[in-house]
Ligand binder design. Structure first.
Ligand code: DX5
Ligand code: ZN
Length: 224
């Protein structure tokens, strides 16, 4: 099973409840929320109050992606605001092992994120702790960027490590995902595909989710 996770970053923030309802009518059950602090990445987005507000309008799973300089200090706040999953950047966390455990102890799934220039091998000693690994397929900070093809190699590497070591972490990808690359991403071994502009900038976001999900489902069948 591979899931398309719409990223709210590309949605109309003035009408978030409607935007969420649209993608859910296309079958989405996993929503990606991008938190940026203007320091770790050159952009600012949402904080805990917004997560708390949208939590009231949907039962979908909230996948919160922290692009902030001090994720160790803020991860728990986002779990309390309603996140079901919280991911922190390898490049930002000073005490990654502690932070992953802290997220889990607070009741959420804990993920670790890799920037495009960060190799997979740095995660060797946390792969048995993390519930998922998020591979950035663009440099974080903005939606609508071009997919970096080397991300597929990173997905393949993670998938083979997962098999070799018999580990259960999920693999997620984020950035530049659209109808043209869903099949290759799923074939590489990815479980969750974040899609922002390819969903919300399309004329029919529900249909965009539905059709990418169908492509993902067929690729999973072909993979098995
Ligand atoms: C980028 C964010 C992404 C963004 C992806 O830093 O982490 O989640 O919303 O947007 P698209 O799908 O437009 O590349
Ligand atoms: Zn993201």
């Amino acid at each position: 099973m591979a899931l398309i996770a719409p990223s709210l970053l590309a949605a109309d923030f003035a009408r978030l409840a409607d935007e969420i309802a649209k993608v859910e009518s296309g079958g989405a059950t996993l929503l990606h929320l991008d938190v940026m602090d203007g320091h770790f990445v050159p952009n600012l987005t949402m904080g805990p109050p917004l997560v708390k507000s949208v939590r009231k309008v949907t039962k979908s799973i909230f996948d919160v992606h922290l692009m902030i300089t001090d994720p160790d200090a803020y991860a728990a706040v986002f779990v309390d605001a309603g996140a079901d999953m919280v991911s922190v950047h390898y490049e930002a966390a000073r005490h990654l092992d502690r932070t992953l455990h802290l997220i889990q102890d607070r009741g959420a799934k804990a993920g670790v994120v890799l920037n495009p220039a960060t190799p997979v091998w740095v995660l060797e000693d946390v792969l048995d702790v993390a519930d998922y690994v998020l591979v950035m397929s663009v440099n974080p900070g903005f939606g609508g960027q071009k997919f970096i093809p080397n991300s597929l190699n990173k997905i393949r590497r993670l998938d083979s490590i997962r098999r070799e070591r018999g580990l259960g972490f999920a693999i997620e990808i984020d950035g530049g995902v659209g109808p043209e690359n869903v099949e290759a991403i799923v074939q590489a071994g990815c479980d969750w595909l974040v899609a922002g502009s390819s969903v919300f900038n399309s004329a029919d976001p529900a249909q965009a989710v539905r059709s990418m999900q169908q492509t993902a489902d067929s690729a999973v069948l072909a993979r098995a």
